[in-house]
Design a protein around this ligand. Structure first.
Ligand SMILES: [Zn+2]
Length: 378
């Protein structure tokens, strides 16, 4: 069994349901410790974060990842237990197989192999791990980056091992991400008897035209790097629990995934004026979970593309799709950020899996990127 596959299996056996690290970080710290990485725990609340750095010089290359996984969901729907890695038909099954324990194993082995060949590499090499990416992410990389900033540890290149690939390994890399803005809206009405609608004010009926307007609005047209901004309702609720009562209020949860053509304030203004134009009485609160970011300088992208060409035979499509990732906390520091990892078709699903061959290839790709950016000449 390859070293990378064995390490992936070891990590899947740890049920690190967010924000529990379940010992995953110790496994990785022990491996890297032997190769000259200095481990530093940066824990906040019940979130473990680990900063492993080798060297003090610039430039600083960082692999970023999370050891936590989403809950397995209904166990009876899994063909094999989610925390017992199983090989079937050239695939490795288990929770976190694709998101992102195979990446963590590939990163760790790429680092140890690179350092064995290039003990006097340029700059510094680091691995940054959190146990709270899938949860609220409030005590994870958001806090760690403040510590690093205060010490002026400036990240030049950050490779996030999130599963970016679509149909085959390395066909897509992410060079940015859309922003994400959540809203909670309460539309007020007057509760009453359904038989006496003139004595009540139904907030569902009042909101319906505004909902149509929100879903049909063109927020922007996107640009060369970002698809158009989209509005989605994630939950809607009203009702007093009896079928003869007009509800007194309506709650709607929604989310914007937005391009770099817009900012959060512009979206808020437009939503408020739309709601006002429908004559609604409402309360509205917002949570910005990340601004859009885009890497336009190309050193890291070029290194990733060249490595992919050499290992997989083809370049990747560079896009900004997918959900948010911890890259959103690193990009604002000025770092170049690229996400490159395994195929994401099964992430967060039951029977999550990764192609066994891809695990080793991914490690070779990561190692190649390090050679291109950090190998000393000669
Ligand atoms: Zn992930």
């Amino acid at each position: 069994m390859s070293e990378v596959l064995a390490l992936t299996r070891e990590l899947i056996q740890r049920p690190s349901i967010t924000p529990d690290d379940a010992g995953c970080m110790d496994i990785l710290a022990n491996r890297l410790d032997k190769h000259g990485f200095t481990a530093e725990w940066l824990d906040f609340g019940n979130t473990r974060n680990l900063w492993l750095r080798r060297g003090r010089a610039s430039p600083l290359f960082v692999f970023l990842g999370h050891v936590d996984v989403v809950p397995p969901g209904p166990l009876e729907d899994w063909a094999s237990p989610p925390f017992e890695p199983q090989l079937r038909d050239g695939k490795l099954y288990g929770r976190g197989a694709a998101d992102m324990k195979s990446s963590l194993a590939a990163i760790t082995i790429a680092c140890t192999r690179f350092v064995a060949d290039h003990s006097k590499h340029k700059g510094s090499l680091a691995v940054l791990l959190t146990s709270d990416e899938e949860g609220t992410a409030s005590d994870g990389i958001a806090k760690v980056i403040e510590v690093l900033k205060a010490r002026q540890e400036t990240i030049d290149w950050c490779l996030v091992g999130e599963p970016s690939s679509h149909a085959r390994l390395g066909d897509v890399i992410r060079i940015g991400r859309r922003g994400s803005l959540c809203g909670v809206l309460h539309v007020m009405g007057v509760q009453g008897h359904v038989a006496y609608p003139d004595q009540a004010d139904n907030p569902v009926h009042r909101f319906a035209p505004a909902l149509v307007a929100l879903t049909q609005a063109v927020w922007d047209r996107g640009n060369a790097f970002f698809p158009p901004t989209s509005f989605q309702v994630s939950a809607i609720h009203a009702g007093a629990g009896a079928d003869n009562v007009i509800p007194g209020r309506l709650e709607i949860n929604f989310n914007f995934r937005f391009s770099s053509e817009l900012d959060a304030e512009a979206i808020k203004r437009r939503v408020q004026s739309l709601l006002d134009s429908h004559g609604l009485t409402y309360e509205l609160s917002w949570r910005l979970s990340g601004n859009p970011f885009l890497t336009t300088e190309t050193e890291l992208i070029d290194a990733a593309q060249a490595a992919l060409k050499e290992i997989t035979g083809d370049f990747a499509k560079a896009d900004t799709g997918g959900g948010t990732s911890d890259g959103r906390f690193i990009a604002p520091t000025g770092a170049q950020v690229v996400e490159l990892g395994p195929i994401n078709a099964s992430i967060h699903q039951v029977n999550e899996h990764v192609n066994v061959d891809d695990i080793e290839l991914l490690s070779l790709i990561y190692q190649k990127i390090l050679i291109k950016l950090l190998a000393a000449p000669g």
